[in-house]
Design a protein around this ligand. Structure first.
Ligand code: SF4
Ligand code: SF4
Length: 436
């Protein structure tokens, strides 16, 4: 079986992003394969520990993608304070021609696909385009370990997740896909304070959940418990208040000046979006296309705006509105990269301090054994594309690794496999439940 078929059979999706099916993404020719190990979000520790403990798998994944895409260059991009990971990777790449490390400062959002491509290749991915438009294929390091395992016919069944915030023992733990957030909290020694809500993902781009009864998916990288009284919870939960925007936004443009995508010359201008939305004026003019290049990093909201406004929310609302009206992004690069790009980069430590989460910026050591769980609820849509179609029946016995849901015919999607051995106890439109 060829590399693409093995990746497809294993059900691999991009673990660092929205879950684009990898067998489609890497079915191309490229100049450079970039392994994204920069772990964008503060407090999350998965990627650095994956590189530290599984350097062979990461490098093997890079080599397999170089082989698949014909790329002569493979680059593992990671941050300068990941010293153990750097040492481990250096040993493995010593006899791997064409594979190199790219060491970056600890800035936010260093792991953003656009930033990482520019940092490695000095090329800007156009708005509405893909890294492939400039010759790159970018893959998260966890995805690369999956690719390495897929070559041995091992499907995706487990996921590493950092569990942090207001828990007793922050940890990075490997769990079967479909494990509930409640099990993760237990694995971290339980909540350290009462009355917490949860952020699935990182503090900047993660989404808020009032309870922990959600399942771990192929793209879940973090779970943070946050007291409901914490400002970050309040800010993430607050609705968009247009009256506040009208009354308070002074058009200082700090949000635009600090926007990392604007610095790449992509016409991402949140201050104009704010005024445009508040006053009903079309201040964006022909530059509305730049809205599609907002990556929702949240720097404008959580760091730049001194008035507590939420420009990133406005940008996402506008983006969804445009897409809902059938407007598609035009593929284009506009201006030039800001000469002060390096100086504008925001140290992660400053972001942590501004978010008020310094007390949670602690180690979350990796627990190597898979967490034993009795029940999993595996969502049928953990990827971009159509939901997978169940191929098992209620009451059926399944083995870990067995195919339980397939890609619908002629659709974009990913295969799904049982993450524990047991009995299928429920099948709904959204998920398959298995009890061990
Ligand atoms: S949203 Fe905030 S940072 Fe942006 S222009 Fe308005 S006041 Fe300034
Ligand atoms: S969230 Fe704000 S800072 Fe980040 S890319 Fe979008 S507009 Fe720029």
């Amino acid at each position: 079986m060829d590399i693409i078929s093995k990746i497809r059979e294993a059900g691999i999706v991009g673990e660092g992003g929205a879950g684009f099916p990898t067998h489609v993404k890497v079915n191309c020719k490229a100049e450079c394969v970039i392994a994204n190990g920069a772990e964008c979000e503060p407090l999350l520790r998965v990627d650095q520990q994956i590189m530290q403990y599984y350097p062979d798998r990461v490098v093997d994944g890079v080599v397999k993608l170089m082989e698949q895409t014909g790329a002569p260059r493979g680059v593992i991009a990671l941050k300068d304070h990941y010293t153990e990971a750097i040492a481990a990777l250096n040993k493995v790449i010593a006899d791997k021609p064409g594979v190199e490390l790219h060491i970056m400062k600890s800035t936010y959002p260093a792991g953003d696909e656009q930033q990482i491509v520019y940092s490695v290749m000095k090329r800007v991915v156009p708005t509405g385009g893909l890294p492939l438009d400039v010759g790159a294929v970018v893959s998260n390091v966890s995805t690369l370990t999956d690719i390495s395992r897929a070559m041995e016919d091992k499907p995706v069944t487990d996921k590493y997740v950092t569990v942090g915030g207001a828990v007793n023992h922050p940890v990075t733990v490997q769990v079967p896909i479909g494990t509930s957030g409640e099990e993760l909290i237990k694995a971290a020694g339980g909540l350290a304070v009462e009355n917490c809500a949860f952020i699935i993902g990182g503090p900047c781009m993660g989404r808020v959940s009032q309870t922990a009864d959600f399942p771990v998916t192929k793209t879940t990288g973090g779970l943070l418990a946050i007291p409901r009284t914490h400002p970050i919870f309040q800010k993430k939960s607050a609705e968009l208040n247009l009256k506040m925007v009208q009354a308070v936004c002074c058009q200082c443009s700090m949000c635009t000046q600090m926007c990392p995508r604007n610095a790449l010359g992509l016409h991402v201008e949140p201050h104009k979006a704010m005024r445009s939305v508040a006053a009903g004026l079309n201040l964006l003019g022909e530059n509305f296309n730049g809205i599609f290049s907002c990556c929702d990093c949240g720097i404008c909201t959580y760091y730049a705006c001194n008035f507590g406004l939420k420009p990133s929310k406005v940008m996402q609302t506008l983006k969804q509105g445009l897409m809902g009206s059938g407007v598609k992004p035009r593929k284009e690069v506009y201006g030039t990269v800001d000469g002060g790009l390096e100086l504008k980069k925001l140290p992660v430590s400053r972001m942590i301090s501004r978010l008020g989460i310094s007390e949670y910026d602690v180690a979350a050591p990796m627990q190597m054994d898979i967490l034993p769980v009795n029940t999993v609820k595996i969502p049928l849509k953990m990827h971009i594309g159509a939901p997978s179609t169940p191929v098992v029946q209620k009451g059926q016995q399944v083995q870990k690794g067995q195919l339980i849901a397939d890609i619908p015919e002629k659709a974009l999607g990913a295969k799904i496999h049982a993450s524990i051995t047991g009995t299928v106890t429920d099948i709904t439109a959204d998920a398959i439940e298995i009890r061990g």
